[in-house]
Ligand binder design. Structure first.
Ligand SMILES: Nc1ncnc2c1ncn2[C@@H]1O[C@H](COP(=O)(O)OP(=O)(O)OP(=O)(O)O)[C@@H](O)[C@H]1O
Ligand SMILES: [Mg+2]
Length: 305
């Protein structure tokens, strides 16, 4: 089932900044979608449009079949939102904050308490539950904000830079939670970040945005195919025949450009049959970071021309 849809979604702020231009996306249940882009790319603007905080200047969007602009309260009941600057109450404890929002989401008191306690436990905040928020560290606040976003068991979770203030251990913990929510409970996660290595670890699909324009979207494998259609095979070998089409890169080291992985056995057979000795063959796979830089660099070049 499609849970988040945008069609030519656009936003121009009153000052004239075109923050989002013709964004068309479609997310399914259980996906962890990584929405990636540099500062000012339009990620937060997209989340604000999808949660009804902003109205589009053009195009449309839907969350669980509902237009957020028409019925924001309904979208808020179906989605959890965690942003960098979550509105919570400093003079209240962690537990009091959660109980307050549980009531706002319409949870019955006992259920609110059970849910809050279980989320505090999962996010390793049990020891902080009775401390005032004013005494929380940035990472503790962020985790409490995630707990708040999950109180009412949302179907769609919007995460805007969820791990920017977390230490590595808590990043792993939050990652595990996000994956479980998607995999076991079918929650759709819309995750905005510019931490590419982190995104590669946790997301199942990606959208790369720059200056309000979606540059590419797909799984990591699809993006690799699209951005680096030709692949470079690294081979360590001896007695390589000259007509094998390998380019020397150092003593006993060669590279060969291939177009499909099916070319590999053919090439290897050719070398071996001609008396070559192969010690290793590797096909380096571009990371999300490399794909991202190739795409954004391509865009900058296009602008210069
Ligand atoms: N309320 C606003 N009024 C005017 N312009 C805005 C407003 N909010 C954002 N912008 C502009 O819209 C563009 C997109 O901003 P947005 O906050 O969506 O980017 P982002 O991808 O979330 O960036 P970051 O990674 O820094 O959080 C930027 O040029 C920004 O200056
Ligand atoms: Mg942002």
């Amino acid at each position: 089932m499609e849970t988040v849809i945008t069609r030519n979604l656009s936003k121009t702020y009153s000052g004239g900044t075109e923050a989002l231009k013709d964004l068309s996306l479609s997310l399914k249940e259980g996906e962890v979608f990584g929405f990636l882009g540099p500062n000012g790319a339009g990620k937060t603007t997209t989340v604000r449009l999808l949660t009804g905080v902003l109205t589009p200047s053009g195009g449309s969007c839907q969350v669980m079949g509902i237009h957020p602009g028409d019925r924001p309260e309904k979208v808020h009941l179906l989605s959890g939102i965690m942003t960098e600057h979550a509105q919570m109450y400093d003079h209240m404890t962690g537990m009091e904050n959660l109980m307050f929002y549980a009531a706002a989401f319409g949870l019955e008191k006992g259920e609110g308490q059970r849910r809050s306690e279980s989320l505090l436990r999962e996010l390793e905040l049990t020891e902080e539950r009775d401390r005032k928020l004013a005494a929380y560290s940035t990472g503790m606040r962020q985790r409490l904000s995630l707990a708040r976003a999950l109180l009412h068991r949302p179907r769609v979770l919007f995460l805007d830079e969820p791990t920017s203030g977390l230490d590595p251990e808590n990043v792993q913990n939050v990652n595990r939670m996000i994956r479980d929510l998607a995999l076991k409970e079918g929650i759709t996660v819309f995750l905005c970040t510019h931490q590419l290595r982190y995104a590669q670890e946790v997301c199942t699909r990606f959208g790369l945005i720059d200056q309000g324009v979606l540059l590419a979207s797909g799984t990591l494998e699809q993006l690799r195919e699209e951005v680096f259609p030709s692949k470079c095979l690294h081979i360590r070998a001896a007695k390589v025949p000259e007509d094998a089409g390998l380019l020397p890169r150092g003593p006993g080291e060669y590279v060969a450009e291939i177009h499909e992985t099916e070319d590999i056995p053919h090439l290897i057979r050719k070398i071996v049959e001609a008396g070559g000795e192969i010690y290793s063959v590797t096909l380096p796979r571009p990371s999300l970071e490399e794909i991202y830089f190739a795409l954004t660099a391509g865009r900058k070049e296009a602008q210069v021309r």
